[in-house]
Design a protein around this ligand. Structure first.
Ligand code: TRP
Length: 358
């Protein structure tokens, strides 16, 4: 039997999934289940790199699982697991961190962003000498407590998540490209130092469904952490809330329903409607010639509500059923652990760790 390509992707268990996550990622992942062997991880170990309330982490992890399944990931077809349940992620991350020059991590864009958000300025090592510590100019004692070395080694843990399963394809957002490059470099480096072990995984940045932008500021990505309540549609928003948010979406001057650089608001709504209905943007523009923004927004809202209806209903019923959710992890965890263990054992052998007594 020919083996199917292996897909792996992970997400942190933070809050609700957005319409953007659904159209740009989850809907595509669920379509990939049929012709790939899929691993979907909920990466709780990544979450603790930032300040995190234990009871919230616990409930977010189960809620994330319920949302995955509600969006179409099928625990009978795919291997869905929680990172901290599979022994091997932290172990492989340790091995890989011993192959990662400090400077490579200090240069990561996302690390620098997170550090500056926490109230620090991270300056690069002045002479780019590897191994030199990042210098922090702190601007608050509280923030100081929040900077931990896990934040710096986060991309190494991510590389371990991927290499632990010898994944072929890794669906990720545009913002994860740099982390994927590190992962590929580390796989190559390990193979060079210790002989061929890892496949070199490819990032899969999907174009289908495209980027859904904020309803309040269509030049920015729709984000679950937006402060403006109307900017983001969550997959579990009720119909009235969806109508309200889309009704108040920023549109542009003029009254034509046409995509264009000078009309980011209308363009965003057009591309949402196109992703929801499968119609080309040009076709939608034609349907709406001579019609106003009001009518257009109504149609976008109703299409969103219809697409999200089954997702929302499934989410609401699943999130009540903790017993089911835990049982849905059983299969995925077992399969993931078996594969992870096999690959980790190979890595340990190659490094020169002595065989474990049986
Ligand atoms: N860093 C990713 C993000 O923030 C999440 C992630 C962790 C991930 N491990 C991964 C994504 C492995 C893909 C594969 O989006």
């Amino acid at each position: 039997m020919e083996e199917k390509p292996v897909i792996l992707t992970c997400a942190q268990p933070t809050g609700g999934l957005t319409l953007g996550n659904y159209l740009g990622a989850l809907r595509n992942w669920s379509r990939m289940q049929y012709d790939h062997e899929c691993y979907f991880g909920i990466v709780d170990m990544h979450s603790i790199t930032m300040p995190c309330v234990p009871s919230e982490l616990r409930s977010n992890t189960l809620s994330c699982l319920a949302q995955y399944i509600a969006c179409g990931l099928d625990p009978e077809k795919s291997h869905i697991f929680v990172q901290s349940h599979v022994i091997g992620h932290a172990e492989l991350a340790w091995v890989l961190s011993c192959l990662t020059p400090l400077g490579e991590l200090q240069r990561m864009t996302q690390f620098k962003d997170k550090v500056s958000k926490l109230g620090f300025k991270a300056s690069e090592p002045e002479d780019e000498k590897e191994g030199e510590a990042v210098k922090f100019k702190h601007s608050g004692a509280r923030a100081q407590a929040s900077i931990n070395s896990g934040l710096l080694s986060y991309p190494v843990l991510m590389a371990a998540d991927i290499l632990l399963y010898n994944a072929d394809l890794v669906p990720v957002g545009e913002d994860q490209r740099q982390h994927m490059e590190l992962c590929r470099d580390l796989a190559q480096r390990f193979n060079q130092v210790y002989s061929e072990t890892f496949k070199i995984p490819s990032a899969y940045v999907s174009k289908a469904g495209a980027r859904v932008m904020s309803l309040a500021d269509p030049t920015r990505k729709m984000s679950k952490s937006d402060e403006n309540q109307n900017a983001t549609i969550f997959i579990h928003d009720d119909p009235d809330l969806v109508r309200k948010k889309i009704g108040s979406a920023v549109t542009d001057s003029g009254n034509e329903i046409k995509a264009g650089q000078e009309k980011p608001g209308v363009t965003n709504l057009l591309s949402i409607l196109s992703a929801l209905t499968g119609k080309e943007t040009s076709e939608i523009e034609e349907d709406f010639t001579g019609k106003g923004y009001g009518e257009f927004k109504k149609e976008v809202a109703e299409a969103t509500i219809e697409t999200l209806r089954p997702v929302r209903e499934k989410y609401l019923s699943l999130s009540e059923d903790k017993t089911y959710l835990l049982s849905a992890l059983q299969n995925g965890t077992a399969v993931a652990q078996k594969r992870a263990y096999r690959i980790l054992s190979k890595v340990y052998r190659k490094i020169g760790f002595v065989e474990r007594p049986r």
